[in-house]
Structures are given as structure tokens and as C-alpha cells.
Design a protein around this ligand. Structure first.
Ligand SMILES: Cc1cc2nc3c(=O)[nH]c(=O)nc-3n(C[C@H](O)[C@H](O)[C@H](O)COP(=O)(O)O)c2cc1C
Length: 175
């Protein structure tokens, strides 16, 4: 059983999650590798797929969305799981009193989860590195507008036990 963990990551936090999922799957006895979604050519080499992307401004990164849309017919015939790396901070509840993980579901999931008949979907807390170089318009604006500079919590909020536990459920499902 060969599993591909395909990811789209702007600053590396989601790549780290994808690599930990692949490592957990390998420890469970599966063949698994993590690759950037944009670099994947031969889907037929894999039996199952875990696909993850970071969420920015309520949207899944384009490379993850494009990968699923482009391959939706093939993916629908294989076991697939989707994840997003999104909320940051330590609060489980957001300012509107909602579960952070519910508010962080990328808009594309409503279309993509049923399109590939995903067996599961998950939201993981992400990371923001204070030393990162801003990429894209929103990040550049946030880095120059004084009021926006402190708007985002900075730090690594990835929950490794939760990530490994989710990967272990995938390994059990595929066993
Ligand atoms: C400008 C900006 C916008 C963001 N928007 C969202 C969002 O809409 N939803 C969310 O859950 N997380 C959001 N985040 C948090 C990122 O998704 C999180 O930091 C993620 O782990 C980054 O992953 P990456 O390093 O792989 O790019 C945002 C972060 C930044 C800097």
C-alpha cells in the first residue's frame, strides 16, 4: 500500500504536518511519502492519498485546490483524506464564540470533500514565524500597516499528538 501525502505550503508549517503524517504512516508499516502537490506527476503510483494545504483568507492554498480539482475523477476511486493547516493561537474558541476549527474550514472543502468522496477531513492548528518574509498582498500589507502588525498571534501552534493520532486512524483504516 503506497500512500502519497501531497501538500501546499507557503511558509513550511503545512509541509511539516505533511511530513509528520507520512512518517507516522511509515511507522505503522505503510509506504508513504510527502511531496508538494504541484510536483506530483504520476498518481497511478499510489493507492491512497492524504492531501493538505494551508488556509489563507478562508481559502485553501491554490496548489492543493488545483491538485484535487484536476485529479478529482481519479481520486474519487481511491481512499482520500483532506486536511487544512489554519488557525493560530492557543484559544480553542474564536471571537464569535465558535470552535476555531469550525471557523477555519477552507471554503473549498464544501466542494472538494464530496467530489473525491473523502473518507475524512481535519483542521490542524498552524504556525506563523515572526521572521518570515511576507508572501502575497495580504501579508505584505500586514507587515507594513502598524495596526495590522500585531493582529496575528506569532508562534508554532501545531499539535503534534493530534496530527499523529489522526495519521494513525488513517493507517488503521488502510490496514
Ligand atoms: C495573512 C494570513 C492570513 C491567514 N488566514 C487564515 C485563514 O483564513 N484561516 C486560517 O485558519 N488560518 C489563516 N492563517 C494562518 C495560516 O493558515 C497558518 O499560519 C498556516 O499554518 C500557515 O501554513 P504554511 O506555513 O504552510 O503556509 C493566515 C495567516 C496569515 C499570515
Amino acid at each position: 500500500m503506497r500512500v502519497l501525502v501531497a501538500y501546499a505550503s507557503r511558509h513550511g508549517a503545512t509541509q511539516g504536518i505533511a511530513e509528520r503524517i507520512a512518517e507516522t504512516l511509515r511507522k505503522a508499516g505503510l509506504e508513504a511519502e510527502a511531496l508538494p502537490a504541484a510536483s506530483v506527476k504520476n498518481l497511478a503510483a499510489y493507492d491512497a492519498f492524504v492531501i493538505g494545504g494551508a488556509a489563507y483568507m478562508f481559502h485553501w492554498l491554490k496548489d492543493a485546490t488545483k491538485f484535487v480539482r484536476r485529479n478529482r475523477a481519479f481520486l474519487a476511486t481511491r481512499p482520500v483524506w483532506l486536511f487544512s493547516s489554519g488557525p493560530i493561537g492557543t484559544e480553542p474558541i474564536d471571537a464569535q464564540g465558535r470552535d476555531q476549527k469550525v471557523g477555519a474550514v477552507p471554503r473549498e472543502f464544501a466542494e472538494l470533500v464530496p467530489a473525491v468522496k473523502a473518507r475524512g477531513q481535519e483542521i490542524f492548528f498552524g504556525a506563523v514565524d515572526s521572521g518570515r518574509k511576507p508572501i502575497g498582498f495580504a501579508e505584505r500589507m500586514m507587515s507594513v500597516i502598524p495596526a495590522a502588525k500585531g493582529a496575528l498571534p506569532v508562534g508554532d501552534f501545531r499539535d503534534w499528538p493530534a496530527i499523529e493520532a489522526w495519521a494513525a486512524t488513517i493507517a488503521r483504516d488502510l490496514a
